[in-house]
Design a binder for this molecule. Structure first.
Ligand code: CO8
Length: 257
């Protein structure tokens, strides 16, 4: 299957999706959304894929939602169609999804990166929610996910002034997990994805689901949820194998059972 706005490469159990609208700095239009949903659906169902890396170009991960596509929309268009709600499906992708960010990650681009499980960025990466400069506000989760990621003060600063923060500031604030050199970006992201894809898939997916709960629930609810998932892993062969391998001082052979 070929896509108009995305490139797909697989390396072993890792899929690499590259946003490919260079003429618009990878601005996210409706075709990108349709194709991302379809592709992630296929990768979700593909037992041969254990983790996914999402990246863009050196200049831009994504410079936001497509302003040219949105410009002429009226309130009833966006309200009745619940404009942007489809992007939430990306956050619902159940396998690990790593954002490898170089250059601009602005507006919807920053929001898309935040829907991923963690962000690996180059020193040139720039994050921001500049919607205020266009007379709107973030519409794909920016006011919510950014606030949870970096706290109220910095989220307010970014959303109200529209300024960008560089990779260093984003890492110190907790938005970015690792900063790497430009030429190592994809290598580092794929290496992390390969490592994750080598673990028991049930444990990996439960860890993801449980960390994501921390964003949405009270501490006591989240702790209970985590404990229940933890209990359920004792029903897997991978738990027996993982613990036996540790005691035997050998590498575990996970079977995703
Ligand atoms: N949408 C459409 N086209 C874009 C976008 C975009 N977000 N960003 C860049 N482009 C296009 C430019 O128009 C230009 O096209 P052309 O060559 O045809 O003129 C091409 O990409 C290259 O861009 P520039 O020439 O501007 O490149 P520069 O290096 O000079 O500048 C910037 C790079 C600083 C990233 C600049 O392009 C920029 O500021 N882009 C817009 C960033 C932005 O404001 N993003 C937020 C968009 S809004 C959003 O994401 C969510 C809205 C939520 C609304 C909720 C409604 C329900």
């Amino acid at each position: 299957m070929t896509y108009e706005t995305l490139l797909l490469e697989t390396r072993g159990r890792v899929a690499i999706i590259t946003l490919n609208r260079p003429q618009a700095l990878n601005a996210l239009n409706s075709t990108v959304l349709i194709e991302m949903r379809q592709l992630l659906g296929e990768l979700q169902a593909d037992a041969g894929i254990g983790a996914v890396v999402l990246t863009g170009s050196e200049k831009a991960f994504a410079a936001g939602a497509d302003i040219k596509e949105m410009q002429s929309l009226e309130f009833v268009d966006v309200f009745l169609g619940d404009f942007f709600c489809g992007w939430e499906e990306i956050a619902g992708f159940r396998k690990p999804l790593i954002a490898a960010v170089s250059g601009f990650a602005l507006g919807g681009g920053c929001e898309l990166a935040m829907m991923c499980d963690f962000i690996i960025a180059t020193k040139t990466a720039k994050f921001g929610q500049p919607e205020i400069t266009l007379g709107v506000i973030p519409g794909m989760g920016g006011t919510q996910r950014l606030t949870r990621a970096v706290g109220k003060a910095k989220a307010m600063d970014l959303c109200l002034t529209g300024r960008m923060m560089d990779a260093q500031e984003a890492e110190s604030a907790g938005l970015v997990a690792r900063i790497v050199d430009q030429e190592r970006l994809l290598e580092e992201a794929v290496a992390a994805a390969e490592k994750i894809a080598g673990f028991s898939q049930a444990a990996v997916m439960m860890a993801k689901e449980s960390v994501n709960r921390a964003f949405e629930q009270t501490l006591s609810e989240g702790l209970r949820f985590e404990r229940r998932l933890f209990h359920s892993l004792f029903a897997t062969e991978d738990q027996k194998e993982g613990m036996a391998a540790f005691i035997d001082k050998r590498k575990p052979a996970f079977k995703n059972r």
